[in-house]
Design a protein around this ligand. Structure first.
Ligand code: FAD
Length: 387
């Protein structure tokens, strides 16, 4: 079998690349080893797919080479994808901070992509593994479950390692290495923290409690909600900061981002010396959290040094996570194919002509909030212009 373009991996990036390349008249074969295409799209955004972010810009992405994302993001913007969503009549809304979600279900986005694949004439085969890839005179020769396939352009869109049960594999990294690419070490990103000891007990007891905070680590800060869970800490603020955390690092959490806790506590101590600390805290936190956070005594009994310690624990709570939940629940994989060896304009390998890498397999990961899909759409679209 001979095709102009073979794309391995029918996730967000692979589907977009297939649709756009087939729309240019290229004969496109899109294969996935899983029994279904776009499984992560279905799971995403809590079942409502946060399909883009209106304010996506290069600063929302982490990559060893920060300039890499600029060209593709500029040439396929959130508004391009929004136009496609609108064309298909998919209802959506902005949840917050530019994050666009389906009103109904993620499947609306997948159906849209399938309809576009059909319209463009993409040949999609699921349950199809690729066993071997070799360089051929004019491109690549593949040994697949469909038999031998020859192609001029081979696009690797197999994503990262997050959520193996959804079909994630390290296939893309192996292909990259085979063709001389450097693959940067990978680790789980946008992932909950696990805790141990007393901190774990606290998290378990407060499990289900959510609180507005600023989480900071290694020079990055995010203001969002934190959620205590039975295993540790989660919620958008924690997922965001997890991408900048390394084992052993301390995460600083400001649980009262809008006020100086010391000034506030001193004021409360003067105004109502007989009130218990938990009553005072109960005015800004849930009752459960106020009661469990610190041992409570009447306000007048706290010395200035004790009050300062309590304030520090509110404005600058120091947390050392035991680890993360890992790829089992991570929304993204950090690291991956080194972007310094890939064209930022076309996503083509600078080591092996005709080979392309798109989506999450690359060392590009977005913040939480629709940025990762925008990267999948934009990088898939960029490669599709030239394959
Ligand atoms: C639970 C969850 C929720 C998420 N929610 C959001 C969200 O709301 N908004 C957002 O922007 N991002 C979200 N993300 C991140 C987003 O899903 C990914 O960044 C995006 O899907 C990456 O696209 P991709 O096409 O590169 O990879 P993927 O979507 O992972 O697709 C890779 C495809 O390659 C296939 N594949 C893997 N190995 C092989 C192989 N050896 N042979 C053949 N095929 C193979 C897989 O089966 C898969 O279909 C979420 C992620 C998770 C896990």
């Amino acid at each position: 079998m001979q095709r102009d373009v073979v794309i391995i991996g029918a996730g967000a990036a692979g589907l977009m690349c297939a649709i756009t390349a087939a729309g240019r008249g290229r004969r496109v074969l899109l294969v996935d080893h899983s029994n279904k295409a776009g499984k992560k799209i279905l799971m995403s955004g809590g079942g409502r797919c946060n399909f883009t972010n209106m304010y996506a810009e290069p600063a929302n992405f982490a990559a060893t080479n920060p300039h890499f994302v600029k060209s593709a993001l500029a040439r396929y913007t959130p508004w391009d994808f929004i136009a496609l969503v609108a064309e298909h009549g998919v209802p959506y809304h902005e949840k917050k901070l530019g994050q666009l979600f389906c009103d109904n279900r993620s499947k609306d986005i997948l159906n849209l992509l399938f309809a576009e694949c059909e319209r463009a004439g993409v040949e999609l085969h699921v349950n199809t593994a690729v066993h071997r890839i070799e360089r051929a005179e004019a491109g690549y020769a593949l040994s697949t479950d469909l038999g031998p396939v020859a192609t001029e352009s081979l696009v690797i869109a197999t994503g990262g390692l997050s959520i193996p049960t959804l079909g994630a594999t390290g296939f893309g990294y192996d292909v990259a290495r085979q063709f001389g690419h450097n693959v940067l070490p990978t680790r789980a990103g946008l992932v909950p923290f696990t805790t141990s000891g007393e901190l774990k007990e606290l998290c378990t007891e407060l499990s289900g409690t959510s609180v507005d905070c600023v989480a900071s680590c290694n020079g990055e800060s995010f203001r969002e909600n934190l959620l205590f869970t039975h295993r540790g800490l989660s919620g958008p603020a924690i997922l965001q900061i997890s991408s900048f955390w390394h084992p052993g690092d301390t995460v600083e959490i400001n649980l009262l981002p809008d006020r100086d806790a010391l000034e506030w506590l001193q004021g409360e101590q003067a105004a109502r010396p007989n009130s218990e600390l938990k009553t005072v805290l109960g005015e800004v936190f849930s009752k459960k959290m106020a009661a469990r956070w610190l041992p409570s005594r009447p306000m007048k009994q706290y010395t200035p040094a004790e009050l300062k310690r309590i304030a520090d624990q509110l404005n600058a709570w120091q947390v050392v996570p035991a680890g993360t939940e890992g790829y089992r629940t991570a929304e993204v994989t950090l690291g991956g194919v080194d972007t310094r060896e890939v064209s930022s304009k076309t996503m083509e390998s600078l080591k092996s002509p005709g080979l392309y890498f798109i989506g999450e397999v690359l060392d590009v990961s977005g913040h939480l909030g629709g940025f990762n899909f925008q990267w999948a759409w934009a990088s898939g679209h960029a490669a599709a212009q030239v394959v």
